[in-house]
Design a protein around this ligand. Structure first.
Ligand SMILES: [Zn+2]
Length: 205
């Protein structure tokens, strides 16, 4: 920032916009240049709160309805985890538990912690917090694992005769949690982590 160089989000060109330009734009592709993602914290918090709210019905409402000769049952994620638990099914049961319950809640908690640390202006361990942010982003890319798990579970159940599986309303909230946490990760600007740490230090390259 001290050097005044900015990297274009559109084309990747690094340029030096004229000093005190009110709205610097990329000289190559005319994208607006920003040192920071605009309203990063506010947007991250909004997505996080929405994700945390959707997390409750995602876990309390049934996500799958299965029909058998014996009748119909609608199961929540946790009931699915219990149902799948068997001598042969326990690995799948653990995958569903991690992908559907533990990873989304860990993402919400980790991002909440990062937002709090920036709000409070903590100067300690910015490198670790940047790593945590990168990890949350990396895990986010694997959130879609759930889609495979759910498809796999459905396929597994349908191998048995006289059964059908249908998505139930909880799945909509669950998808919302996945999308909202991804948007929260996307909105958070990791450069904010370093603001407090670098407040009283200017580096000259
Ligand atoms: Zn550009």
């Amino acid at each position: 920032m001290a050097a005044g160089l900015q990297r274009c989000e559109g084309c990747g060109l690094v340029s030096r916009p004229p000093a005190h330009a009110p709205e610097p734009r990329c000289p190559r592709c005319d994208t607006a240049l920003e040192f920071r993602k605009p309203d990063s914290l506010q947007r991250t918090v909004a997505y996080l709160v929405a994700a945390a709210i959707c997390y409750v019905p995602a876990n309390l409402l049934p996500v799958l309805t299965t029909r058998t000769a014996a009748g119909e049952s609608s199961d929540t994620i946790l009931e699915g985890v219990v149902l799948l638990w068997s001598p042969t099914g326990w690995p799948l049961s653990l995958i569903v538990l991690f992908a559907s319950i533990m990873i989304p809640s860990a993402k919400i908690v980790a991002l909440g912690y990062l937002v709090l640390s920036v709000r409070r202006g903590w100067a300690q361990s910015p490198a670790q917090r940047t790593r945590l942010y990168r990890m949350v982003g990396f895990i986010g890319r694997w959130s879609m694992v759930d889609v495979f798990v759910d498809t796999f579970t459905a396929a597994l159940v349908q191998l048995q005769p006289l059964m059908s599986v249908e998505p139930a309303v909880g799945l909509v909230f669950f998808a919302a949690v996945v999308v909202l946490t991804m948007l929260a990760v996307e909105s958070f600007d990791p450069r904010l982590i370093w603001d407090a740490a670098g407040a009283n230090e200017v580096r000259h390259a």
